[in-house]
Design a protein around this ligand. Sequence first.
Ligand SMILES: Nc1ncnc2c1ncn2[C@@H]1O[C@H](COP(=O)(O)OP(=O)(O)OP(=O)(O)O)[C@@H](O)[C@H]1O
Ligand SMILES: [Mg+2]
Length: 510
Amino acid sequence: MVSRVATVAFHGIEGVPVDVQVMVAPGNVGMHIVGLPDKAVAESRERVQAALHASGLSLPGKKVTINLAPADLPKEGSHYDLAIALGLMAALGAIPADALQDFAVVGELNLDGTIAAVAGALPAAIAANAMGKGLICPAASGAEAAWAGDGIDILAPRSLIALANHFRGTQVLSRPEPAVRQMPANLPDLADIKGQESAKRALEVAAAGGHNLLMIGPPGSGKSMLASRLPSILPPLSAAELLDVSMIQSIAGQLSGGKLSDRRPFRAPHHSATMAALVGGGLRARPGEVSLAHNGVLFLDELPEFTPQALDALRQPLETGECVIARANHRVSYPANIQLVAAMNPCRCGMAGEPGHTCARGIRCAADYQGRISGPLMDRIDIRIDVPAVTAMDLIKPMAAESSADVARRVAFARDMQRERFLALGEARLRTNAQCSTALIEKIAEPDPNGLQLLRDAAEKMKFSARGYHRILKVARTLADLDGQATVGKLHLAEAISYRIAGDRLMAAA
Ligand SMILES: Nc1ncnc2c1ncn2[C@@H]1O[C@H](COP(=O)(O)OP(=O)(O)OP(=O)(O)O)[C@@H](O)[C@H]1O
Ligand SMILES: [Mg+2]
């Protein structure tokens, strides 16, 4: 007899149905797993045998064949253990044969028969629901799976014995409750930053329209400090965004305790990060930092210190909003709609461009350092600003600085304007001006006659790329939104152009 248990394989952030078929038949004693298992799945044989033994069930002296169908889909990870063990228990009559038909199953087994947490319980629960089934998952992943919906039947046992008892009716497993992660309430506040008014303005504009931002300045001018204040002015995630973000965190195994939070992701990988760590991949396909920052911010401090390969790998996700990892036998894509924020010194010694400073290595100092960032990556950055050293006057007798709460209100207002406009245009999936297609931005950011003249003159003089032109329009649209204005005016365009050429000027000086 063949017993069948439903489970899932993860493809990107989606769960694809997989059928675990277990057959116990006369033949050479042994247990074989077929259906493109990777090493972790193949080793499942040892864990399953030990866990069943620890639960008081020994395998019969027969041939056990386990097929993971469809056979041509690669199976990665340790979450197949539980489905295989339950299939065997059903085949041996340890649990009722029909008990499993309404469930999909994910979970890893310990040798003592307890069930260990696995990554991806949330997408597994959503996939199970789509199959019209409930989910059996580890106790530690139950809170996470419960977020998939109230209507989904979820069993989250601690051990194989607890689950068997539940099916026999001697012990009842209650449905786990979805849990919310309490985030620290007091984020670093913009009010701590003295002076740097224009940098704060640029940070506000970037937050309002989801624009990529690069800050260039000498050491200690407050670039890292500014970037770390960004989370305090970004609006919380909407329900749909929250689900996407949590699915990625779930697949990456980063939902601690299965608790979700509506805080926008802010990822700040160290500059020693490899390409695989940034964009995903490695031995097992996994979301990288750029996907973990989906719907939020990827902050790259000391930008030129990242390897050129890692930086250039960001070009595709920055343009398309998704990260594709190609493998020999399949390709996986993870969402990666991010806002890139980066900081750097203008040169190796850090002081190029400061009044009265001459680099010991001459002009090569800045040229070599800035040359590490490729032109195409630079072209994707909408707002580039100089962050000069803060003046002594500002440090000693600063003007009263605005708090993050005030700035966050203006950002939320501008984001609301954008959302309403996109809804009215039937583009509900768009949320910020930065995400607009070129055709759409030309339609919604049409400048008034004065603005058009300025744009024409500037384009002629400065020779923007086509991408540069559209990105200027996007930033100008955000500036008009912050002002609550329907049309993009000359002042908005002038400010947007100034953000674009600040970086060009520095690069040219190098
Ligand atoms: N505008 C400012 N207001 C108040 N404190 C500041 C300001 N700028 C810098 N500081 C102080 O200087 C320290 C260093 O700032 P920060 O780390 O942000 O500099 P940075 O520009 O990132 O420098 P580096 O290029 O070396 O990374 C901060 O921890 C803070 O104490
Ligand atoms: Mg810094």
